[in-house]
Unconditional design. Structure first.
Length: 133
């Protein structure tokens, strides 16, 4: 079996604010699982049972005791990179919706245009506009 990412999780201070950010910037859909205190994340923009047909699905969960002191113990995670059709449009939406650009667009030869953003919860996310083949 290959070593590939099959699920991701985003730890946040404010679920509603984070969901609004990802909905407006990337068009993601969410399903709250009240009995688990967990939010399922559907990057394809549609809530569907089972594994994602393209890419991977994930989850969103509140950081435990989200105080300045406790954030030192908040989970450290891999940076996920999201493929986008138009990176310039996405970066504009990031700034309009309370996020920030940590690394402006860089051209990666043979790959595409890459930037790093921070969401409203200060999570680092890569966005990549792949070269068309």
């Amino acid at each position: 079996m290959a070593n590939y990412v099959v699920h991701f999780e985003i730890f946040v201070d404010n679920l509603d604010r984070a969901k609004e950010f990802y909905t407006k910037v990337l068009g993601w859909a969410f399903k709250d699982e009240k009995e688990m205190n967990y939010t399922l994340v559907y990057p394809a923009g549609k809530v569907e049972d089972g594994p994602a047909k393209v890419g991977i699905n994930g989850g969103m969960v509140l950081k435990a005791n989200s105080t300045a002191e406790n954030k030192k113990g908040a989970p450290n995670a891999f940076v996920c990179t999201v493929a986008v059709d138009n990176i310039d449009s996405v970066l504009s939406k990031v700034q309009q919706n309370g996020g920030r650009i940590d690394m402006p667009v860089e051209e990666i030869p043979g790959v595409g245009r890459l930037a790093y953003i921070r969401d409203t919860e200060f999570n680092l996310v890569g966005v990549l506009q792949p070269n068309m083949r």
